[in-house]
Design a protein around this ligand. Structure first.
Ligand code: FUL
Length: 465
């Protein structure tokens, strides 16, 4: 195929806010609300604010715990489906202001935002469109007005926000209330108040990966057809299981292939819409005493990290505080151990004396300059680095320069060990980052063979650790 046919696909690039979001790689979800005190996953909105009374809430402890795992941000469930607000909203009585916590004078959103700033994390807000408490839900504009007024509080009063997470869940069922959200108005509100924030999941900037278990795709493409983002369908997914048109739609967040050449054939409206993998450290999203013994191991979470961050997605890991308002010891230990492993991966590099050879880069984009890129028309290429002192390699880390789009479609990696060159791994996409296990004791060279690429490939990092 003539490489020029791939130009439009390779020409789709991230917005600056998406690029900054991708660079965060790993950040935490904090699910905390009345559910923490009632042992429910979905509150029904009838909970009394009186149940919300954490005895030792310490958002600094949350921030430190997330940081210890190598996370760079925190997203707080400011309002979950039950409608209870963790900040003293002017627009409802259903909030912390009517709880016994701090005699109604507290503001969890403020404490979390400040803790993030102090600990050097970015802060994001989850605000559920589905609201089971507010009577305006289902009344069209009256609810939209309420929701937008709440967004204005969250986005106007708590400093810089990096993510506004719009959940698509709705369990109203066929005979339940129907609210047709005014998404355009919600998005306009976010852009106006927080132009640097990404609108995630039911939004145009970051795509739900399609499951909540931590599963990832073998090939995760950030360039997908615009119709992948059909908010009305995503938002009502749990209401529409009987909707045949919905089931027959060719593109769903869950589909295995959203962006290969085959998937994009005939699609001429493409967008940059990168994936986020979200899952919980425990079986539930909220804390339950009974699940203290079911915290996932650092090893399992690290595997998800490698496949998500190292598979061109971001990783949002939920860590729910308990009734004290603290993250428990079990979770803290796992996060610390996970952080030690993540830290190793962040050191991936090559020895300073590495000498490059292989397909020459175009002028200004030679190997070793921070971004190698051969001339136009070169879609198969190889790049080799060799050095003197043998270096242990448990992992290989590759990165494309995604400011030039996502290009690599198939690659192989070889390492030069004591017995010469041996294949260490292979893959399809690279994108922001690809992390591959490499069981090579000590090596003196690495070779990346690009077998196929949409227009000339780029590599901004080739590293081992
Ligand atoms: C889902 C919600 O229904 C869960 O309660 C949780 O908040 C999860 C992150 O998203 O859609």
């Amino acid at each position: 195929m003539d490489w020029r046919e791939d130009l439009p696909r390779a020409a789709v690039t991230p917005h600056l806010r998406q690029l900054r979001h991708q660079a965060l790689e790993f950040y935490g979800f904090i699910h905390f609300t009345v559910n923490t005190f009632t042992d429910r996953e979905w509150g029904d909105g009838t909970e009394s604010p009186a149940v919300f009374n954490p005895s030792e809430l310490d958002a600094r402890q949350w921030a430190r715990a997330l940081k210890s795992a190598g996370m760079r941000g925190m997203i707080l469930t400011c309002k979950h489906h039950d409608g209870f607000c963790l900040w003293p909203s002017r627009w409802t009585e259903h909030s912390v202001k009517n709880s016994p916590w701090k005699n109604g004078q507290g503001d969890v959103v403020r404490e979390a935002a400040e803790a993030c700033r102090t600990e050097g994390l970015r802060f994001g807000v989850y605000c559920s469109p589905w609201d089971r408490h507010d009577p305006r839900y289902g009344q069209g504009k009256a609810y939209d007005d309420y929701f937008v007024a709440q967004l204005e509080e969250l986005l106007g009063n708590y400093g810089e926000i990096f993510s506004v997470w719009f959940d698509g869940a709705c369990g109203e069922g066929a005979n339940g209330k129907k609210q047709h959200y005014d998404w355009e108005r919600y998005y306009e509100t976010v852009r106006r108040l927080q132009p640097g924030a990404c609108i995630s999941v039911c939004g145009p900037d970051v795509r739900w990966c399609g499951n909540e278990a931590g599963d990832t795709r073998e090939a995760e493409w950030s360039v997908v057809p615009r119709r992948t983002m059909d908010t009305e369908k995503i938002a009502s997914r749990s209401q529409q299981s009987d909707d045949t048109a919905f089931r027959q739609r060719r593109i769903r967040a869950q589909d295995r292939d959203l962006g290969s050449r085959e998937a994009l054939r005939g699609e001429d409206d493409l967008i940059w819409y990168p994936a986020e993998v979200n899952t919980s450290i425990r079986p539930g999203w909220f804390w339950y005493e009974a699940e203290n013994s079911r915290v996932r191991s650092a090893e399992e979470l690290f595997r998800i990290y490698v496949r998500s961050v190292g598979g061109n997605a971001t990783f949002l890991l939920n860590v729910p505080p308990d009734r004290r308002g603290l993250i428990c010891g079990e979770d803290l230990a796992v996060l610390r151990e996970l952080g030690e492993r993540v830290h190793v991966l962040e050191q991936a590099a090559l020895p300073a004396d590495a000498v490059w050879s292989g397909t020459p880069g175009r002028p200004g984009c030679e190997a070793g300059t921070g971004c190698w890129m051969p001339p136009d028309g070169v879609t198969e290429a190889e790049l080799t680095a060799q050095w003197r002192e043998p270096q242990p390699a448990s992992w290989v880390v590759l990165q494309e320069d995604i400011t030039r789009g996502q290009r690599v479609e198939r690659f192989e990696v070889e390492l030069c060990g004591p017995d010469g060159w041996k294949k260490a791994g292979e893959g399809l996409t690279v994108g922001w980052k690809r992390i591959l296990p490499a069981a090579e004791g000590a090596c003196t060279g690495i070779r990346v063979r690009i077998r196929d690429s949409r227009v000339a490939p780029t590599l901004k990092l080739v590293g081992i650790c």
